[in-house]
Design a protein around this ligand. Structure first.
Ligand SMILES: [Zn+2]
Ligand SMILES: [Zn+2]
Length: 361
């Protein structure tokens, strides 16, 4: 098993010496100044799933762990890592300046895979601008307040994915519907007929088994940056074996939900899957499960990084955040309403109604 090459922290342009950054939508790093490009060496053997139990028991002392430098935001507590050298940084969640002198080293389980950004910063900003332009009742000066590209940041979010084999045993009942005709009296005292649904129950039991692939569990505790469900869908088929070059030019968040905790979520999900499989196997129109035993084995996991753009903007002393999926471009955000725009619209409608009432007489 080969070690992942992750030691070349500095990647400079051969022409002008500037730092190279990952170019979204490609497998290259490139220079912002002279356009020089370099292909990222991708491990063609693919990514490996790591056996779960050794990591649950003794984290840190593993071959796939490494030290990275982290910065913690004093304002919101987010922990972020930036691959290339930088002179100044703002927190990706709250836009507060980060104190570079406070950077510290920390162990992390190396990502097994990364989903590289497909949308570049310019395009993400265009999407943001369009979204704002299409808002009804948005305050006029919001456009000015929000449109500083400095505040749109690309962030790799940490997730765990788990694979496992599942075996389950269920005891329950299969329900089949049938209908009977019954007679009743309506409010006029007349005899009427109607169909009534009934269920015939049959006892049953059996086993289910199968492979659970890629249960995705978020690894970020950030409450402020909770990604809206609408944005949090990525096509994981396009994951690439991890190479730190994909992180260049973006911020990476370190997992704050430890592997152990993430695994508990995956186990719960295993229970739901065992139940779903059992219901399918029982069949019929409806099912009852009175006893379900299941176990997961041959469990493996990966630490993966998934791309989003976050724009945080302040308006009237309130903080608003806007999210773009860095792969698909799906957007979601919270927005302010202009009191005056809505006030005048309501007034306008009231005047119309009043005029109509006067002339309709
Ligand atoms: Zn250059
Ligand atoms: Zn912050």
């Amino acid at each position: 098993m080969q070690e992942i090459q992750n030691t070349e922290r500095k990647k400079a342009c051969v022409n002008c010496g500037a730092e190279l950054k990952y170019r979204p939508g490609t497998k290259n790093i490139s220079c912002d100044y002279c356009g020089y490009q370099e292909a990222i060496a991708i491990d063609e053997s693919g990514f490996e799933e790591l056996e779960l139990y050794p990591y649950l028991n003794q984290m840190g002392a593993q071959k796939h762990s490494e030290e990275i430098s982290m910065l913690r935001c004093k304002n919101c507590g987010a922990q972020q890592h930036v691959e290339e050298n930088y002179k100044s940084l703002h927190c990706v969640y709250c836009s507060m300046p980060l104190v570079l002198e406070d950077s510290y080293k920390e162990d992390w389980i190396l990502p097994g895979a990364v989903l590289p950004f497909q949308i570049d910063r310019k395009k993400s900003h265009r999407i943001f601008k369009e979204w704002i332009d299409n808002l009804w009742f948005a305050p006029n000066n919001l456009k000015k307040a929000a449109l500083d590209p400095k505040y749109t940041k690309g962030l790799y979010l940490p997730y765990w994915t788990f694979d496992a084999k599942l075996i389950g045993e269920y005891i329950g009942q299969r329900g089949d519907y049938y209908y009977v005709t019954e007679t009743y009296r309506d409010s006029n005292g007349k005899a009427q007929k109607r169909q009534r649904r009934k269920t015939r129950w049959t006892n049953t039991s059996g086993t289910v088994s199968g492979f659970i692939d890629d249960t995705l569990v978020k690894a970020s505790k950030q409450q402020k940056g909770r990604i809206p469900a609408k944005v949090a869908h990525w096509n994981l088929k396009l994951l690439q074996p991890f190479n730190s070059s994909f992180l260049r030019g973006f911020v990476t968040e370190k997992y704050t939900i430890p592997l152990k905790e993430g695994h508990l979520v995956a186990e719960k999900e295993g229970e739901r899957i065992a139940e779903r499989w059992s219901r399918q196997k029982i069949g019929g129109d409806t099912q009852r499960i009175t006893n379900l035993q299941y176990s997961l084995f041959d469990e493996t996991f990966k630490h993966i990084l998934l791309p989003v753009y976050i724009s945080s903007y302040r308006y009237n002393d309130q903080e608003y955040r806007f999210y773009i999926n860095g792969q698909t471009g799906t957007v979601s955000g919270r927005r302010p309403y202009s009191f005056w725009k809505i006030f005048f619209l309501v007034l306008f409608i009231l005047v119309l109604v009043a005029l109509f009432a006067i002339f309709a007489k």
